[in-house]
Design a protein around this ligand. Sequence first.
Ligand code: ADP
Length: 485
Amino acid sequence: MPTELRVLSVAAEAFPLIKTGGLADVVGALPGALAAEGVDMRTLLPGYPAVMSALQDAASVHSFASLHGAPARVLAGHAAGLKLFVLDAPHLYSRPGGPYGGPHGEWPDNGLRFAALAFAAAAIARGGVNAFVPDVVQAHDWHAGLVPAYLRYGGAANARSVFTIHNLAYQGQYPREMLETLGLPPESFTQDGVESYGAIGYLKAGIALADRVTTVSPSYAAEILTAEGSMGLGHVLHRRSGALTGILNGIDETLWNPATDEYLASRFTVADLDARAGNKTAIQQRFGLEANPTVMLIGIVSRLTWQKGMDLLLGALPVLLRGGAQLALLGSGDQELERGFAEAAHRYPGRVGAWIGYDEPLAHLVQGGADAILVPSRFEPCGLTQLAALRYGALPVVARVGGLGDSVVDASAVNLASGAATGVQFSPVTREQLESALERAHALWRDQLQWRRIQTRGMRTDVGWSESAKHYARLFRDVADAHSG
Ligand code: ADP
């Protein structure tokens, strides 16, 4: 067994403490998966109320006389099975609402709130906490993008850095006038440093300055190097392409296990698929859909945004319904889309059900009872709902982009004949192609024997973390060795 490697993970969210999306799932699951690979991972989170109240055995291990306006300290402790460092800075994090904003929108000081998180991470990376001096710091998404910048410009550190892109679309841009406040030197404001389109780019800084860059699927790693996929960061991504790797996310197989899932009305296994029917009935009740075991029930669990292709789905609803299917949608996000789905539920009573909001138990029920899960994203770094769908026997019907393309095997004639098919893919991501994918799903549904074969194959697909954790562990060791060697 190689010696234990210490990795500090830095993020704005971690399931189950605080979550708005897949980032939290990954940050919450990786430490457990990496423990099996000899990696001791601790996670640094902002001290939001939800995190502070869950933290157990908290001890103050580092302090800052002043961090953007008031004193702050780092607490060590644990919560929900995670070994944590928490940045206790009430002036930045002690607020009601989500991690990024409250009832009136984004917090205006997000630039400072997440710079403080990165600053604290760099202090730990420099040995600020004796009991845990990391070999590597893994910084997730723009919120932690300044970690490599503070390591580069803030004096010598032993730790190497890995920056992980979960979504290139959120870049964290702040005015250049903040440079001094952030404690970054003028020489950091260059194309090879933190400068991005005349501003300070947190995500850009992470990409430019980390020792290695990862993203959450091999296909997304390739897509972000294309003109269309690079979201304005093609220049720096190309410069760093030699340091860029795509590692597919997994899902936590203990949290997502249909045999033990307490959120399901009826638990089931691949050997007892008839028991799924109880969940379908429960969804039809919860979403006000006609009680009917034989219609195809299509489920959605998603943020309602342009990225997720939800406007395309609204356009394709007539085709979905013409084929005889029902739709149960759980999601929240853009007001216009929320309104669109609420109206559709009104217009097609008993056939379209929309639950606008965020509801973890209901997400499990939808996965466990829908016949298919639709993910028509315009781009998708990895996507987790199609992985849960595979494990829960819901056929993923997905756009062939990013991690969706990497994790679903299309029911083409060849893949059906070989038995490899696990779902339906479509490309390009247009309403027409979505409609034809829905028509293909309808056709598959009409052959229940075939459907069962695809479903079974999907449930036997490995969607857990074990392979990807090995990949991350190898990468962390490589980057640490490259340094010490
Ligand atoms: P993203 O991070 O872009 O939102 P992912 O597919 O990577 O997309 O991750 C989404 C995660 O959030 C999944 O765990 C999914 O189950 C969950 N999720 C999304 N919307 C909801 C919702 N309205 N209620 C409950 N869980 C949701």
